[in-house]
Design a protein around this ligand. Structure first.
Ligand SMILES: Cc1cc2nc3c(=O)[nH]c(=O)nc-3n(C[C@H](O)[C@H](O)[C@H](O)COP(=O)(O)OP(=O)(O)OC[C@H]3O[C@@H](n4cnc5c(N)ncnc54)[C@H](O)[C@@H]3O)c2cc1C
Length: 491
């Protein structure tokens, strides 16, 4: 266990327990003048600061607590292409070509994270390739449409039929899946710490325990007050996520804070664990906060879920989350929990990030929702390029303007939406299970051929017509798929 654990900053998380040994940075103690001030030391702020510094401008970053003590150091670590918003909705809103550009930018964000890990060293970050987005209903048409659209948008995806999914994830709940070949997982806290070190090497100055208390954004030089000193800068970047409430309540009011809960189990006998979860990348089986999981540390299961609009004691969610594990993998039996924590993300109404210039020299990089590991990297790069080089690519995000999130009513509506979606998903799952059972009992008299079985379980042929030839072999070859697809996975 890491002696430097700071539960007040990072919660009692597995990430904190396995965090790289890093001494806290001192607070800002003397007045400072810089080109750019960044408020918020999560992944959005750190990427922005690093990219500004790399371009030779002076930059200071203020973090109220510890670096990545917010969502950035508490998430499940899935680095995925795209956005929190549905691809279909984005296409409807901005048109196909524009949406394709946005997806390419998100992919560049993902590549940035991967390249940074390669440059800074993967030790402690432990990337694993691949994301499986699994369906709990037998609607292969729907999956097929999604795969087609994602493929058209430039995502490297392939469809997995039920049989293949169940070869790797031994759960009766699962049907087909979308396999995202270039996605990967990582230890986000250690990634953030390495990013901070890289930013400092490039010349950025980072101050922890330094909340920005007020901003005077008027004039050419903006003034930021902190408890002990003042910072003056030509540009201010607001990267405080839901924490900006005290500083800029009207900006913060455009986000619905959603708190989700994460557990990491005690070690599980490896053979039993990998017999149930034979895939080493990321797995998600809902559009909700529920059931996002992966194996960590070789023999533990990280599992996240449950969403509340007001943060609650994470211990209250242990039983619900272990219950979710038991429902999906009853063969694991009772699992003990070693770590439990929560984290709060900021959702926008349109589920797209807020990136752009609010007024002369005042920039916003926020609202990344539950899809922030690619998009914070993307936003940091876009904002840094805009400030230093006058690049205007960030304008691609102007259709997603700031929309008031509804205050208390918005939060209550968000909670209701989560509950209603969970109920409708559960009833769709029950219907799919009933259909599946009926098909199985119909086909029981004759032993089904492999081809008939695949057809019955909703085989998915990828949009470009690539049929997964490894399918029959996969049953004998229990290599996790990320090994087979390393040339695409790209970590
Ligand atoms: C449980 C959970 C699981 C998630 N899983 C995933 C996932 O698997 N994949 C994915 O892509 N995304 C995931 N996300 C979302 C992702 O973590 C976030 O979208 C992303 O980290 C947001 O980064 P950020 O820098 O905008 O905000 P944060 O990481 O919250 O950082 C903001 C920082 O600003 C600081 N701050 C605020 N106000 C001030 C101020 N006035 N002065 C100084 N500092 C200030 C805060 O202290 C904080 O450190 C998850 C989120 C949660 C909570």
């Amino acid at each position: 266990m890491n002696e430097q654990i700071d539960p007040a900053a990072y919660g009692r998380s597995w990430y904190a327990a396995t965090m790289l040994p890093v001494a806290p940075r001192p607070p800002l103690a003397v007045d400072l003048d810089v080109d750019v001030a960044v408020i918020g030391g999560g992944l959005a702020g750190l990427t922005t600061a690093r990219e500004v510094a790399r371009r030779g401008w002076s930059v200071a970053l203020l973090e109220a607590g510890r670096l990545a003590g917010g969502a950035s150091g508490r998430n499940t670590g899935f680095v995925l292409p795209g956005f929190a918003a549905d691809a279909e909705k984005v296409v409807t809103r901005v048109g196909f070509e524009h949406a394709k550009d946005l997806w390419a930018l998100s992919q560049a964000g993902l590549d940035y994270v991967r390249d940074t890990i390669a440059a800074e060293g993967a030790d402690g970050i432990d990337p694993e390739a691949g994301w499986l987005y699994v369906s709990k209903v037998d609607d292969s048409d729907e999956l097929f449409r999604t795969i087609g659209l994602l493929g058209d948008l430039g995502c490297e995806v392939e469809g997995w039929p039920t049989e293949r999914v169940r070869t790797f994830l031994r759960s009766e709940r699962y049907f087909g899946a979308i396999h995202f070949l270039r996605a990967f997982t990582m230890h986000p806290l250690n990634y953030a710490l390495k990013l901070a070190a890289a930013a400092e090497r490039d010349g950025a100055r980072i101050f922890e325990a330094t909340p920005a208390l007020s901003i005077d954004p008027t004039g050419v030089r903006k003034r930021i007050t902190t408890p002990a000193a003042r910072l003056r800068a030509s540009h201010v970047v607001l990267a405080g996520n839901v924490g900006l409430k005290g500083l800029l309540p009207r900006v913060a009011a455009t986000l619905v804070p959603i708190t989700t809960y994460v557990i990491v189990t005690a070690p599980i006998e490896r053979e039993r664990l990998t017999a149930a979860v034979g895939y080493r990348g990321a797995v998600s089986d809902t559009d909700l906060a529920d059931n996002h999981y992966r194996i960590v540390g070789g023999d533990r299961l990280m599992w996240s879920g449950r969403a509340t609009v007001w943060p609650r004691n994470p211990r209250r969610y242990c039983a619900a989350l272990t219950g979710d594990i038991a429902k999906t993998y009853p063969q694991l039996g009772r699992v003990a929990v070693d770590y439990v924590w929560n984290g709060t993300l900021g959702n926008t109404i349109h589920r797209m990030p807020q990136i752009g210039e609010l007024g002369p020299g005042v920039w916003l990089a926020s609202g990344f929702g539950g899809h922030g590991l690619d998009t914070t990297a993307m936003a940091g790069n876009l904002v840094a390029r805009a400030i230093v080089e006058g690049d205007e690519t960030w304008r691609k995000f102007t259709p997603f303007e700031l929309v008031w999130a509804g205050g208390v009513f918005g939060r209550t509506a968000a909670q209701l939406r989560v509950w209603i979606k969970r109920l409708t998903d559960a009833s769709a799952e029950r219907r799919a299970q009933a259909r599946h059972a009926a098909r199985r009992s119909e086909s029981e008299p004759q032993a089904p051929t492999a081809a008939a079985d695949t057809a019955a379980s909703g085989s998915i042929v990828p949009p470009d017509g690539r049929v997964d030839e490894a399918e029959p072999a996969a049953r004998q070859d229990s290599r996790p798929p990320h090994e087979a697809s390393h040339q695409h996975g790209g970590d």
